[in-house]
Design a binder for this molecule. Structure first.
Ligand SMILES: [Zn+2]
Length: 82
């Protein structure tokens, strides 16, 4: 995966900041995506490994990062999901 969600969001945030319509709604949408991204980050958690998703992994097992949630966000934002 070459594109990160923050790098995909920033151009959209820049373009949205120039619009005058519904700035509150736009900010809420961006904040919602950023809140999900803050949960689904590499490392930490039970396994403390950078290859595991912090949120999706638990004491039963780990989920590789990027997890399916991050992959879906990157794809929806038009980034590379390879
Ligand atoms: Zn995850």
């Amino acid at each position: 995966m070459t594109a990160t969600i923050p790098s995909l969001l920033q151009p959209m945030k820049d373009r949205l900041a120039k619009l005058r319509t519904s700035p509150t709604d736009q900010a809420k949408l961006i904040a919602a995506i950023e809140a999900v991204v803050a949960l689904h980050k590499p490392g930490g958690g039970y396994f403390a490994s950078d290859v595991a998703c912090h949120y999706c992994s638990n004491s039963i097992g780990y989920v590789l990062y990027p997890c399916s949630t991050v992959a879906a966000l990157v794809q929806a934002l038009g980034g590379d999901t390879a």
